[in-house]
Design a binder for this molecule. Structure first.
Ligand code: C2O
Ligand code: CU
Length: 489
């Protein structure tokens, strides 16, 4: 067996994965992996009511060492993360109640990774009026894809996400055969100072560089997460990075592990060596659970010593003994890019020339007044040399590009900075094609990690009409200029 990831790869996840695919799945050496079966037409599901009451709540997580912290959450209770599970085909009927304290101001809920109609996308000013404190709002949509997704605000996000205002959304219906377990590992750090209070979530020093890192790391709200898995089972591990800043390099030690989906979209399973998981990115793994009484570890290699994110222990009777050949997931119903007729589009991600205050950059008297707190008066980052005019959305700039509905675009995402940027597009997936710096496992993603100085080629089928945000998901970068939108019409 050549699948066992015995050694940390020294390269980025992409190269490691590709090499391992060729080595590991011998039958697929020549022709590449067999195509995945598709999910098929969307079934008619149920209507699922969902009440989100955004409020400040005192929450005690194990990672806080027994202390209660003033988090912001969508539901009552100490669970972290808070998870909504539906089946593909279900319609979510959501009411949002904004009971955040007045200083947190207006909000909306963005459904990250969901290809839903533009009007439900939850971007203040761009797709809806923001919901004021005390206000309510209704979202209604049927997510077209099964997989691992999440939701969060799209205004003053450094503060609200920093305080935990997010939910995980799992749409079931992508499994060909059920795995032996289905567990979640949600990574999020907390910015807690020595005095036990939250540190500022947006700092100039952080925002202008790699971001302000959390001081307390956690998985599912725990500093030392332990998960029991059926011994020898092929277990699905949904790993989500909902941190605003940190980019771990995910690996599994002591067990065989394969990647089966990226950002909720199936890939032909390939052995995991390591995978850099930027903010907002998701990785669905299948792990062959250890024998009863044995342990494996989910780790972050992006540290001087690998950091254990979760300990996986085998329990009970042994489920499987044969070769590790995890079942693939069903492929989402995504339009294949028409690369032969693709139109080119280059997006350059840079620092602003001056780092000037946006007050100087965006002095447009015609623009609507700024939302009181949807504002940062710093501009450090830009896309195609244009920084988003303020940290929020009240003063909309023109789109980065107007895309013709139905056409394929070949985007060159060019990072000219010395920092990594996880670049996210709403309402669509990128087909990741190639990189100037590393080999790429072909896959779909709603968030792609641009490494320093990298040029990443991705295809985009512009098949969802509307105005769609495109931004860095290091929230401090997003809120200090690295944000724009494309218009599909
Ligand atoms: Cu998680 Cu604009 O996105
Ligand atoms: Cu960035």
């Amino acid at each position: 067996m050549m699948l066992r990831p015995t050694r940390r790869s020294v390269v980025l996840g992409g190269l490691a994965g590709l090499t391992a695919t060729i080595l590991g799945w011998r039958s697929t050496r020549a022709a590449g992996p067999p195509p995945l079966a598709r999910v098929g037409v969307m079934p008619q599901g149920r209507e699922v009511p969902l009440s989100l009451v955004a409020a400040e709540r005192s929450v005690t997580l194990p990672a806080f060492g027994g202390r209660a912290m003033p988090l912001m959450t969508f539901f009552e209770g100490d669970a972290f993360p808070q998870v909504v599970r539906i089946r593909r085909g279900d319609t979510l009927v959501t009411t949002l109640d904004n009971r955040l304290p007045a200083w947190a101001e207006e909000m909306s809920v963005h459904w990250h990774g969901l290809r839903i109609p533009n009007a439900e996308d939850g971007v203040p000013y761009l797709t809806q009026k923001p919901v004021p404190p005390g206000g309510t709002y209704g979202y209604r949509f049927a997510p077209p894809d099964a997989g691992t997704f999440w939701f969060h605000t799209h205004c003053n996000t450094a503060e609200t996400l920093g305080r935990g205002l997010l939910g995980v959304l799992i749409a079931e219906g992508d499994e060909t055969v059920p795995y032996d377990a289905d567990v979640l590992v949600c990574l999020k750090d907390w910015r807690i100072g020595e005095d036990g209070a939250f540190l500022p979530f947006l700092t100039d020093e952080g925002a202008a560089r790699a971001g302000s890192f959390g001081t307390v790391r956690s998985a599912n709200g725990e500093a030392a997460l332990r998960i029991d898995l059926p011994a020898g089972g092929d277990c699905r591990l949904r790993v989500l990075n909902v941190d605003p800043t940190r980019i771990p390099e995910i690996g599994v030690e002591g067990a065989e592990a394969a990647v089966v989906a990226i950002d909720g979209v199936a890939v032909p399973p390939f052995p995991l060596r390591s995978w850099r998981l930027g903010p907002a990115m998701r990785l669905d793994l299948v792990v062959r659970a250890p024998a009863a009484g044995r342990e494996a570890r989910l780790v972050d290699y992006h540290a001087p010593q690998p950091v254990t994110l979760a300990t996986l222990s085998g329990t009970g009777d042994t489920r499987r003994t044969g070769t590790f050949q995890p079942a693939p997931l069903l492929m989402a119903d995504l339009a294949e890019p028409d690369l032969a007729n693709a139109l080119p589009l280059t997006l350059t991600f840079s620092a602003t020339a001056t780092g000037a205050s946006v007050a100087e950059i965006a002095g447009d008297a015609e623009a609507p007044p700024l939302g009181p707190l949807c504002v940062t008066d710093r501009s450090f980052w830009a896309i195609n040399r244009e920084p988003w005019p303020d940290g929020g959305h009240a003063r909309l700039p023109p789109p980065l590009a107007v895309l013709e509905r139905g056409r394929t675009y070949r985007l060159t995402l060019h990072n000219v900075t010395p920092h990594p940027h996880p670049i996210h597009i709403h309402g669509h997936f990128f087909r990741v094609l190639s990189s100037s710096r590393r080999e790429i496992v072909p896959h779909w993603a709603d968030t792609v990690l641009l490494t320093p100085k990298e040029r990443l080629e991705v295809a985009l089928v512009a098949d969802n009409p509307g105005d769609w945000m495109l931004h860095c998901h290091i929230i401090e970068h997003q809120e200090t200029g690295m944000m724009g939108f494309v218009r599909v019409m």
